[in-house]
Design a protein around this ligand. Structure first.
Ligand code: HXC
Length: 510
């Protein structure tokens, strides 16, 4: 045993000191090592760079060195799969980031990229280490650059478990998923600066708390009740993801019959097409064992995204939700779905779209904020995706939203419609008012005339058979057949290979 090595190891484990550790305990917060031990399979974490220290000499910093410099880095196994990790140690300089600290993170990001393993970041930091000046800004930018290089190559997941302020927010924002624990916060400028600049009084929570980022801003993807819940969500999420873009997502043995008829679906739609229903009920009835990991479930509820499995294979689901705003597409819904479609496409996860959409949300608010730009990004994302793609129209598919929601025309592989589906340029009432304006105006009884014309329009256009007669819908199916049809479709196209013209990259409207 080397005593000097043992002494240094002990010193490293004591981080910023006993007092700081006890302070955290009193607040009910775990420390960096405890978090890592709970994230990885028991005993499966290996640390590197535990003796790194900063080289700053300003502000007496040369007299304040902490082994490890405030971040724990290394690799380990989760459910027997290799992952790389960094975990901020708030006890050391408030987890603030200096150059040496950032080099440790960059090192494990480089290793993860070479190996093709996911990167997990546990964030709990006061931001740029003020004493290090531009060195800490350089450190952040070096990390951002790697986040971008790793994007679409290995999954990157950020856990926000404490403060995440200033430039520190951009690395998590560049990663694929953010899981925020209650009590944590993220903002570009803190309450004091806000007060100074805008004279607004806000608390940390009101400005950038976990509820705000899950409900209002859409920055976070999951809201964890506490630290344990955060690790549980992380494991669940990882179970759907491949380790890198060259692998397929992990298939598991399914004990749910792939041929199972879902008879409840035959009567699940309300009696009138204007009555809302919750699309999540349909999703859970179709997928294996009703298990659905919803993402961003508190934000833009008019669209639902998340992971599930069909016959053991992970799929990404993008579904309009008539329960909120009639399932209309608005700016937030388009943004939410776009990023998810692109994630699934990066990591070879087939996409299933469940469609019940009356169109795009009308009005000056949406037009002025650029619904055209945001709607077209969803169109772009679906069009560009080369993973196996499936669509089921459960009820309405109107206008531009029909095209956007993974239609045959933009490259979907199998498109199904339930018998009552309405595929039309617009709803019957609105359409009749336009195309039979003169007849309605001249009619002695416009109300009776309108209902006759609406009926005529519905028989002619609001059904799936015209689209099916042209091959735009591959098959009209009974609702109870949906699960089997999707699985059978998947089995016939899982080896899909589709090329795009060679180019540097497309120019998605952002
Ligand atoms: C250096 C820092 C620090 C920082 C905290 N500390 N933030 N040291 N640089 N950015 C130190 C404190 O001095 C203290 O040291 C210890 O960490 C714990 O901090 P406390 O304030 O005592 O803890 P707490 O009360 O829990 O408050 C935590 C906090 C607060 C809310 C995070 O520290 C805070 O507001 N920090 C600044 C946050 C911020 O504005 N960051 C943005 C920086 S600018 P001692 O020795 O007393 O224990 C930025 C731009 C980068 O990030 C742009 C890159 C692109």
């Amino acid at each position: 045993m080397d005593f000097e090595l043992q002494r240094r190891r002990k010193e490293h484990l004591s981080g910023g000191g006993k007092e700081k550790f006890e302070g955290r305990k009193k607040k009910g917060k775990l420390n960096a090592f405890e978090r890592i031990n709970l994230i990885f399979d028991s005993g499966k974490f290996t640390e590197i760079d535990s003796f790194v220290t900063h080289e700053c000499v300003d502000f007496n910093m040369d007299k304040k060195k902490i082994l490890g410099d405030g971040v724990v880095t290394g690799y380990g196994n989760i459910d027997d799969r290799l992952m790389y990790i960094f975990s901020h140690d708030f006890t050391a300089f408030g987890g603030s980031l200096g150059l040496a600290f950032s080099r440790k993170i960059c090192k494990i990001m480089d290793l993860a990229l070479k190996q093709g393993a996911p990167i997990i970041g546990v964030n709990d930091s006061g931001g740029a280490r003020i004493q290090e000046g531009v060195e800490s800004l350089a450190g952040y930018a070096n990390i951002f650059h790697r986040n971008v290089k790793a994007s679409g190559v290995v999954p990157q997941i950020s856990l926000i478990m404490g403060p995440c302020a200033g430039g520190a927010v951009y690395s998590p924002a560049l990663t694929d998923f953010i899981i925020m624990t209650k009590g944590a916060f993220m903002f570009v400028t803190g309450p004091e600066v806000v007060k100074e600049v805008t004279n607004e009084n806000v608390t940390f929570e009101q400005l950038g708390g976990s509820v705000i980022h899950n409900e209002k801003s859409g920055v976070a993807h999951f809201l964890a009740e506490d630290e344990q819940d955060c690790f549980k969500i992380l494991r669940m999420l990882l179970s759907f993801l491949p380790s890198n873009n060259l692998e397929n997502p992990p298939k598991i043995e399914s004990n749910d019959d792939p041929y199972r008829k879902v008879s409840e679906l035959d009567s699940i739609l309300p009696s009138s097409s204007n009555i809302p229903y919750d699309m999540e009920d349909i999703i859970r009835k179709i997928v294996d064992n009703a298990f659905f990991l919803e993402i961003q479930k508190h934000w833009a509820r008019n669209i639902i995204i998340g992971f599930a499995r069909l016959d053991g294979n992970p799929i990404g689901i993008v579904a309009n939700n008539p329960d909120t705003l009639a399932g209309v597409l608005d700016i937030d819904a388009c943004d939410k779905a776009t990023r998810f479609v692109r994630f699934c496409d990066c990591f070879n996860i087939p996409i299933v779209s469940l469609v019940d959409v009356p169109g795009f949300l009308p009005g000056t608010d949406q037009e002025w904020k650029g619904i055209i730009r945001h709607g077209s990004k969803l169109l772009f994302a679906f069009s560009e995706a080369t993973v196996p793609r499936f669509t089921v129209i459960t009820r309405k598919a109107y206008g531009g939203a029909y095209c956007v929601m993974n239609s045959k025309h933009i490259g979907s592989d199998y498109n199904f419609a339930w018998p009552n589906a309405e595929i039309a340029v617009m709803g019957a009432e609105g359409a009749c008012n336009i195309i039979w304006k003169k007849e309605l105006r001249d009619s002695s009884n416009p109300d009776i005339k309108r209902s006759e014309l609406v009926e005529k329009y519905k028989i002619k256009f609001s059904n799936p058979y015209i689209a099916a007669s042209k091959g735009y819908i591959d098959e009209v199916i009974e609702p109870n057949e949906t699960r089997f049809r999707l699985i059978s479709g998947f089995n016939s196209i899982y080896r899909k290979r589709e090329d795009r013209p060679k180019r540097k990259h497309g120019n998605i409207p952002v």
